[in-house]
Design a protein around this ligand. Structure first.
Ligand SMILES: Cc1cc2nc3c(=O)[nH]c(=O)nc-3n(C[C@H](O)[C@H](O)[C@H](O)COP(=O)(O)OP(=O)(O)OC[C@H]3O[C@@H](n4cnc5c(N)ncnc54)[C@H](O)[C@@H]3O)c2cc1C
Length: 433
């Protein structure tokens, strides 16, 4: 049998939109809401059955700090702030001003963990459903981006694997928020995976939640000399007794390869059981029971795109300012070990605040595409901080605002005026200084 097959098929179209956002994680949801609130006709495509990406399907949490390195001043506002306030109103989050570090909410980690936002992942699904509905975003879940049709340096249509079969949809603009840069890659944008030299990504982790944890027991254990938490890295959720466990590691996980993800997820499930036994011997966790295991394996790093500007480690550590700044952030370069021998996390110091330029979202070689979230044009180490959820949301919001301006003024994405973009973002609560 031949190892290739040429396959032609006429497929139904879902119509034409001004903007199609692929991927409904923290970046994609914020991009879609911001664009729709600014008047664009938007379709949001999500492969799973829920919005929120790693925050919901991956059970990841808390939202990492959105404060400057000193822990004094917020660095992300806008949609992120609105989301957490809506969550808090439903007892689904503790606002960051009320969570200092070290504490049970910050896993007793001192550096870069002041003012995290613990949240409930189911309540986040509810809040995001509500926000996209209110904004008038068209949403299609259970639908995966599969390919795109390009012409003249632009994407004309995307091909989707819907439950009812292959479908296509055309749009003026597209935002790739798949967390894998799937759209950019299919459109021929240059990309690389993981660390530049080795191609090895940060490890994957299968997150899980346990209940029955004693705050006092964990508190005393983690604060002991030699703490914080030994083998156990746990973050308390807004609900007493319920903790998220984030300390498993599966190395060499390629999130763009089904065989690799299969191997990794099977191994991760085995690790959950193994670690559960360790957990039960940890003070505070003696009565812990697993209440849920994430349905999706957590992927910290996948593809990165080559964009019109690549954010460097020097930019992050030096706090280099950009005229086209669209987001500020200050979580450290959190690079987990890429193999069992390595030590990782926060090896390089960072500025009190660092800046993300608009050009890092503009891919090389595709003129009507923005890339938002953890795959923007960024050196692998530098992405160690930029990848986390408050920053991904700020980047997503900026992508949505830029797309809406480009649509309204009939501009190419790289012709959107920085001052205009920044003024829209500031008016919507973003922090850019
Ligand atoms: C184990 C782990 C622990 C972490 N801990 C924290 C933490 O404590 N705090 C924090 O703030 N951040 C943390 N992070 C980082 C953070 O979760 C991610 O970097 C962040 O979610 C990135 O957002 P995103 O929108 O770019 O991508 P994602 O969250 O990955 O969202 C991508 C979305 O696109 C969808 N999608 C993917 N491919 C397709 C396709 N082909 N078609 C349609 N849809 C598609 C996915 O289903 C998903 O919904 C952690 C990450 C991991 C993996």
């Amino acid at each position: 049998m031949a190892d290739r097959l040429i396959y032609t098929k006429e497929i139904p179209s879902l119509g034409h939109y001004e903007l199609v956002v692929l991927g409904g994680g923290p970046a994609g949801v914020c991009a879609a809401i911001e664009a729709a609130r600014n008047g664009a006709k938007v379709l949001l495509i999500e492969g799973s059955g829920m919005l929120g990406g790693m925050a919901t399907t991956g059970l990841v949490g808390p939202f990492m700090t959105n404060y400057d390195r000193e822990g004094e001043r917020p660095t992300v506002g806008g949609l992120y702030r609105e989301i957490i306030e809506r969550l808090e109103a439903r007892s689904g989050a503790i606002l960051p001003e009320n969570t200092d570090s070290p504490s049970i909410h910050t896993s007793f980690i001192k550096r870069y963990h002041r003012h995290v936002t613990p949240f409930d992942s189911f309540m986040l699904q509810i809040v995001l459903d509500e926000m996209v509905r209110e904004a008038g975003v068209g949403v299609l879940m259970y639908t995966r981006f599969a390919d795109c049709v390009c012409e003249g340096g632009k994407i004309r249509s995307v091909i989707l694997a819907a439950l009812e079969g292959l479908r296509c949809v055309s749009a003026d603009l597209f935002i790739d928020a798949t967390g894998n840069a799937d759209v950019a890659y299919a459109a021929g944008v240059p990309t690389w995976k993981g660390e530049e030299e080795s191609g090895v990504p940060q490890p994957g982790t299968l997150m899980f939640e346990v209940d029955g944890v004693s705050d006092e027991g964990y508190n005393a254990h983690a604060k002991r000399p030699g703490g914080p938490t030994g083998a156990v890295k746990a973050y308390r959720t807004p609900t007493e007794g319920i903790y998220k466990i984030n300390h498993l590691r599966v190395f060499n996980t390629d999130a763009t390869d089904s065989a690799s993800m299969t191997r990794a997820h099977v191994e991760a499930r085995r690790q959950v059981l193994e670690s559960y036994r360790v957990l039960q011997e940890t003070p505070g966790f003696e009565n812990a029971r697993i209440t849920q295991v994430a349905p999706v394996l957590g992927v910290r790093e996948s593809r990165h795109i080559e964009g019109k500007y690549k954010v460097t480690v020097a930019d992050v550590s030096g706090g280099v300012k950009f005229e086209d700044c669209i987001a500020t952030y200050a979580f450290g370069m959190d690079v987990h070990p890429r193999n069992a021998e390595m030590k990782g996390n926060f090896k390089i110091e960072i500025a009190n605040v660092y800046y993300v330029p608009y050009r890092a979202m503009l891919p090389i070689g595709c003129d009507n595409l923005l890339v938002a979230g953890k795959t923007i044009s960024c050196e692998s180490q530098a992405a160690g901080g930029i990848r986390v959820m408050p920053c991904a949301m700020a980047i997503g919001q900026a992508a949505g605002a830029a797309a809406a301006i480009a649509l309204r003024d009939q501009l190419a994405l790289d012709a959107v005026r920085t001052e205009e973009l920044q003024s829209v973002l500031r008016a919507h609560g973003a922090i850019l200084d």
